[in-house]
Ligand binder design. Structure first.
Ligand code: HEC
Ligand code: HEC
Length: 363
């Protein structure tokens, strides 16, 4: 059931809503204060590398790859996590893990085979996280801390389109809802049962850690019964539904969830791995439901968040296909439409969803 009036929003209302998608406004909605503590000025001081000259990663930093990556305009990514010796990740909330003070995660972005930026999230303890990014020089010999407002146009990603390094408010718009979070270092994302249909899936390189190896090494505590015996996966009636729900979880569910200020929209695209989770939020809140947004040119009242069998009247598809700054989804971190995920989401809506779609409960 919709919390909004069934009347379609007028143009003005849509505009104001869209402007709210800018990072600063999101921060206002979420009421998040900007963190003032300073990250080290140079990547060499963050502990990523054992030898900076040869760019040899410190073996204490463990490589991993989330099964559903964030679309970042085709950037190639590498990621490493450092957990302080003897410390454990607390999985009491299976969906949002709590990381010990001193945890660090790096994510390196390359375009055209060249490193462009390396992002760092560090747990400062007490649920606080510090966000930073380091911009690489053209020779890839050194990377320096980017100012809090970010850095525009650091590398060409397509003719005439250049990559921007997000500012700290943008990092927080995606990474902070009820509290600061790691988004790709989570139970679902690290499951050994990787989704072969995940858009933009990355190869698993031997030696990478996953949920099973983390548990075996004793690096996680307070995880639900069952995680040891069976790998986690999104329950779905067919492979495309699984991949679509995983994509929405990773690329949209970090904002569209019930933990932050956006819960008023009640478009919940985040999958929950909690043992007591019984419904799939994306199905329950998007399919056959109308939101505020109206597709330009569409008949009044004909836009659904997701309209089963009809991708052209689905706001989710329209907004994924747009790179108009007022309409695009996600609103941040991308300038190019995800041409692998978009057809998948379209086909899922056209062929797998019907008016009475229900997703089976997890066994
Ligand atoms: C950085 C946070 C963020 C991310 C990530 C994000 N959104 Fe949004 N989304 C917003 C905000 C803020 C709004 C409300 C303002 C607006 O409509 O522009 C919104 C609104 C929407 C709406 C309109 C809801 C309505 O009531 O009509 C749709 C549809 C939507 N998003 C789909 C998506 C999809 C699909 C993705 C992933 C591909 C996504 N969003 C990712 C922040 C985000
Ligand atoms: C559009 C939303 C978005 C923005 C903006 C964003 N991130 Fe992320 N980030 C994600 C998602 C989703 C993941 C997990 C998926 C992946 O790694 O591909 C992630 C992963 C990471 C990781 C690996 C650890 C983790 O959380 O999984 C780091 C480190 C990171 N981001 C740092 C940053 C920093 C620093 C900024 C700002 C300079 C930033 N991010 C901006 C969405 C975002």
């Amino acid at each position: 059931m919709s919390v909004w009036s069934p009347k379609p929003a007028g143009r003005g209302a849509v505009r104001i809503l869209s402007i709210a998608a800018t990072a600063a406004a999101t921060m206002v909605i979420l009421g998040i204060a900007q963190d003032s503590s300073q990250a080290p000025p140079d990547l060499s001081q963050t502990g990523l590398y054992a030898d900076y000259a040869t760019k040899t990663v410190d073996p204490r930093n463990l490589a991993y790859s989330p099964q559903y990556p964030l679309w970042s305009d085709g950037a190639a990514k590498r990621r490493w996590v450092y957990l302080p010796a003897g410390a454990q990740v607390d999985a009491s909330d299976p969906d949002v893990w709590d990381f010990p003070k001193g945890t660090k995660v790096w994510k390196e972005f390359s375009f055209g085979g060249r490193r462009v930026e390396t992002r760092l999230i560090e747990s400062l303890g007490g649920g606080e996280m510090r966000f930073a990014s380091y911009a690489w020089n053209a020779a890839e010999t050194d990377a320096v801390l980017v100012p809090p407002e970010g850095l525009r146009g650091v590398a060409e990603i397509r003719p005439g389109i250049r990559h921007d390094i997000p500012g700290v408010l943008d990092c927080q718009a995606c990474h902070v809802s009820r509290r600061a979070e790691l988004l790709g270092f989570s139970a679902l994302q690290l499951s050994a049962d990787r989704d072969p249909g995940a858009p933009n899936a990355e190869p698993v390189i031997p030696g990478m850690i996953n949920l099973t190896t983390l548990i075996a090494r004793g690096l996680i505590r307070s995880f639900p019964d069952g995680w040891k015996e069976r790998a986690l996966r999104i329950p779905a009636p067919n492979p495309r539904t699984r991949a679509a729900l995983g994509y929405l979880h990773a690329n949209c569910g970090n904002c569209h969830n019930s933990g932050g200020g956006l819960d008023v929209i009640n478009l919940l695209l985040r999958h929950s791995v909690a043992p007591d989770a019984t419904t799939e939020p994306a199905i329950a809140t998007a399919v056959n439901r109308k939101g505020r947004f109206r597709i330009p040119g569409a008949e009044p009242g004909s836009t659904f968040l997701i309209c089963p069998g009809d991708a052209d009247h689905s706001a989710v598809v329209y907004r994924m296909s747009s790179r108009n700054p007022l309409r695009q989804m996600p609103p941040l971190g991308t300038k190019i439409v995800d041409s692998e995920a978009l057809p998948l989401i379209r086909l899922w809506i056209e062929e797998d969803l019907s008016k009475d779609t229900r997703i089976p409960e997890a066994e």
